[in-house]
Ligand binder design. Structure first.
Ligand SMILES: C[S@@+](CC[C@H](N)C(=O)[O-])C[C@H]1O[C@@H](n2cnc3c(N)ncnc32)[C@H](O)[C@@H]1O
Length: 321
């Protein structure tokens, strides 16, 4: 179904004559739910696979190093372009992004195959503040490559769930990235493996599995993701929810806000990284903040502003006391 972004037209709100739209902020209309939202993808939980990298040909790892953070390994995004025809593409997002030359096709592909720049802002913020995550339960919401959740896992989180809209992203990028990063240093075991496999590799696979046991992987839209995880016993609550570049589409604000309300622990924190404004789509920090204020559940605190080209921000949300 065709999807129309209808946020670029300034809306006249009830009781106004339109003069309010003269200033910069007021040109953004109130977030509204439209009838044109396409059928979203049902959520599923993805099982663990033995060695996800063995199923991927031509994968190229890249190391991302930020300040004093542990190095983060991830599959190089260019590999998706080069190998799209050979890959499993049941959602057809690899083919569509190539033919439509688009980073985002609303309701079909929400952009998770590339790392967006606000992820780096949030990683830098975490580095500046020397944040560790010992004992924390973490959700990387709209995770894409999953670097934020992976960092939390490397820094002591006891539970990390990853969610992306697209199952292709989870299976072909997030899960392999988590797997790559879960490899722990292991001393060579001179005695060799029982099944003849190199001992150090065997040990590494075991420790990968152990760390991955602390992770959950989900795809699907936020409404059905919430329904799915709330069926779990016990229902999850997260001390930390990371979410980067996920507030570009105002249609999704109610479901995003619902996830925060339902899944954030009482004293938990949402770290949200975003651009000021997403041209052509219409969302951005000002509109989201307004939506949050209208709902009156969370307080928003500005943590960091980046003023290079298009302004970017890191903010936190926590429950109002
Ligand atoms: C622009 S990408 C950002 C990916 C990643 N966080 C980053 O910064 O590199 C936006 C992400 O938000 C998620 N997303 C957006 N709208 C969604 C929705 N309505 N339901 C579920 N996930 C959604 C998608 O999974 C997508 O990967």
């Amino acid at each position: 179904m065709a999807f129309s972004f209808n946020f670029d037209i300034p809306l006249q709100t009830e009781g106004t004559n339109g003069d309010e739209h003269k200033d910069d902020k007021a040109q953004y209309a109130d977030p509204i739910c439209t009838e044109t939202v396409p059928k979203m993808k049902d959520a599923i939980e993805h099982g663990h696979s033995a060695d996800p990298l063995s199923q991927l040909d031509n994968w190229v790892p890249e190391t991302i190093t930020i300040g004093t953070l542990p190095p983060l390994l991830c599959l190089n995004e260019s590999v998706f372009e080069k190998t799209a025809p050979e890959r499993e593409d049941s959602e057809e997002i690899l083919a569509k992004t190539l033919t439509q030359n688009s980073d985002l096709i609303s309701g079909i592909y929400e952009g998770g195959l590339k790392i967006w720049e606000c992820t780096y802002d949030l990683l830098e913020y975490i580095d500046d503040k020397q944040e560790t995550f010992f004992g924390k339960s973490v959700l990387d919401l709209g995770c894409g490559a999953g670097l934020l959740g992976i960092l939390a896992l490397k820094r002591g989180a006891t539970k990390v769930d990853f969610q992306d809209y697209n199952s292709t992203v989870i299976e072909q990028l997030t899960y392999p990235n988590a797997f790559l990063n879960c490899e722990e240093e292991s001393d060579d075991d001179e005695t060799g493996g029982e099944n003849g496999s190199p001992p150090s590799k065997r040990k590494a696979l075991n420790s990968q599995k152990l760390l991955l046991d602390h992770c959950g992987f989900f795809s699907g839209d936020w409404n059905s993701f919430l329904t799915l995880v709330q069926k779990k016993n016990p229902k999850p609550k997260y001390d930390i929810i990371f979410t980067s570049e996920t507030i570009y589409n105002t249609d999704y604000y109610p479901s995003l806000h619902n996830v925060f309300c339902s899944l954030l622990a009482e004293n938990g924190i949402v770290y949200l990284a975003t651009k000021s404004h997403y041209f052509g789509v219409g969302g951005g920090l000002y509109r989201f903040q307004k939506f949050v204020e209208q709902n009156n559940v969370f307080q928003v605190k500005c943590l960091k502003d980046v003023d290079q080209g298009l302004k970017r921000h890191v903010v936190s949300l926590s429950f109002k006391k």
